[in-house]
Write a protein that binds this ligand. Structure first.
Ligand code: NDP
Length: 340
């Protein structure tokens, strides 16, 4: 069994050399203890939160995450096939998605948290993205947190990624005016032509984000879906409309900094009576069946599309993961590690 382990806590931008591919001989294949499940991992998901888990936790108790332990394999979302089960709810051959480890075979000791995959007429890899955690994040963050209404003006940062591409399409389905920002011309083209956003721009070409947003939203922004943080949040605050909503999904621009950047325009929350809410997808999994009912028809009819960026082989996982922080991924980044 090969694994990707974290060598040590990470400071600054993560590098491939922060992780190592090692051989682990402790898993005895074909044998799951009572209440556990032995999985063959097929796809692993690369998620920005994994950088937060690489940080030395020190005395910081503000997050609900359990950090990785140096010397141990990374964990994250994935799709796998059950090889053996000691849990009554699962049997050999079942396909599941949920939290697993970065290795070929994993012994899952709390399999009740795994989701059994029922719909196989869609690509299996989608359960790391549109039909998995990022999809639920986009759905809950937009529909539950933003209270969106038809005709509203919506801005999404990191808009071509795993979550952002979906938020934009959900907002279009509702009849909103949607603008996204991304870090390359290729991504801007995708936003406009593949995901049908009304407008998109390359933030790396804008020296004044506040002015850029004013150009795309002359009447202001009703909803901001926050994926980036820092100077994006500051510029958005100045461009929000009265009674606007900001769903804080993540702040990827801050994850590699020792000290987060300050935000200077927070008084806009008061002046414009803005509702700004952080959220975690963890609080919304009870809505997963509703989400599947919502999304599957759109996927089958081609009304929502999903772009994936697939790396091949466990050994290429570290490079795929660190690529998230330079914007190398085009769409949802995942790693295909085994055939079924
Ligand atoms: P993406 O697929 O969008 O990948 C990350 C992207 O972020 C990169 O491709 C890059 O795109 C952009 N990026 C990286 N660094 C910066 C930077 N310094 N400034 C601006 N953009 C940057 O990731 P996800 O869709 O998986 O995640 C999006 C956000 O949602 C993250 O903040 C993540 O932590 C958060 N999240 C939160 C969840 C929750 O429960 N609250 C659950 C899942 C995700 P580009 O080329 O456009 O710069």
């Amino acid at each position: 069994n090969k694994q990707v382990i974290l060598n040590n806590y990470v400071e600054g931008f993560p590098k491939e050399s922060d992780m190592s591919l090692v051989t682990d001989a402790t898993i005895r294949l074909k044998c799951a203890a009572a209440d556990s499940v032995l999985l063959k991992n097929l796809y692993l998901s690369c998620d920005p939160v994994m950088r937060i888990l690489m940080r030395n936790p020190g005395h910081d108790t503000s997050s609900y995450f359990t950090p990785y332990a140096p010397g141990s394999p990374l964990s994250g979302f994935g799709v796998g096939r059950v090889l053996d089960s000691g849990h009554p709810h699962f049997k050999a051959g079942d396909l599941v998605w949920g939290t697993t480890k970065w290795e070929h075979y994993s012994l899952i000791t709390q399999p009740q948290a795994l989701h059994k995959i029922q719909h196989l007429d869609v690509p299996l890899s989608y359960y790391t993205g549109i039909l998995g955690m990022p999809g639920m994040t986009a759905y809950a963050g937009f529909h539950e947190v933003c209270s969106p209404k038809q005709g509203e003006y919506v801005f999404i940062s990191a808009a071509s990624g795993a979550v952002g591409q979906l938020v934009g399409q959900f907002a279009k389905l509702l009849g909103c005016y949607v603008v996204g920002s991304a870090g390359s011309k290729e991504k801007v083209d995708l936003l406009k032509n593949k995901f049908k956003f009304d407008e998109a721009f390359n933030y790396k070409e804008e020296h004044d984000l506040t002015a850029a947003l004013k150009r795309y939203f002359p009447e202001g922004i009703d909803i901001y879906f926050e994926n980036v943080g820092g100077k994006f949040l500051d510029a958005v605050l100045l461009n929000m409309r009265v009674h606007g909503r900001i769903a804080v999904c993540g702040m990827i621009s801050q994850y590699n900094l020792d000290k987060p950047e300050g935000v200077t325009n927070l008084m806009c929350l008061v002046y414009k009576r803005i509702h700004m809410q952080g959220f975690t997808v963890r609080d919304y999994y009870h809505l997963y069946p509703n989400y599947l009912d919502y999304i599957l028809p759109y996927v089958r009819e081609g009304k929502v599309t999903y772009l994936e960026d697939i790396a091949h082989g466990l050994e290429n996982g570290p490079s795929a993961l660190v690529g998230l922080f330079s914007g190398r991924n085009v769409g949802k980044q995942l790693v295909s590690i085994s055939h079924q």
